[in-house]
Design a protein. Structure first.
Length: 114
């Protein structure tokens, strides 16, 4: 179990709620450098596929975010994909934590952008 500060616990909770609300494979949340949060769920359409983290970052960018402090994803996956780490790093730079939680909200891993 990972001990989270309240702001990090908040984005894990938001990611979990987003996933549950829409019944998606994944839910994600990111926090920008001003403290605003953006949530998203996996998009799977015939012509568009986005992970929940990719969409959350896109929403942050489209809202004018200039950086990220943290990200969270709730998923059955065993690891955060290289693509998701890259998209968080694109906006946040190196060292941004990404919290990987199971569908129960328990954080299983914390990875950082490179």
């Amino acid at each position: 179990m990972h001990e989270l500060d309240p702001e990090d616990a908040k984005i894990v909770t938001l990611a979990r709620a987003t996933r549950a609300r829409v019944g998606a494979a994944e839910g994600a949340a990111v926090r920008d450098t001003t403290g605003r949060t953006y949530t998203a769920a996996t998009v799977t359409l015939p012509s568009l596929r986005l992970s929940a983290l990719q969409l959350a970052v896109a929403m942050a960018v489209s809202s004018g975010a200039e950086g990220l402090e943290a990200g969270a994803v709730v998923s059955d996956a065993d690891d955060v994909s290289a693509e998701d780490r890259a998209v968080i790093g694109d906006l946040g730079g190196a060292g941004v934590p990404i919290f990987l939680a199971g569908v129960d909200g328990e954080v299983r891993a914390v990875v950082h952008t490179g």
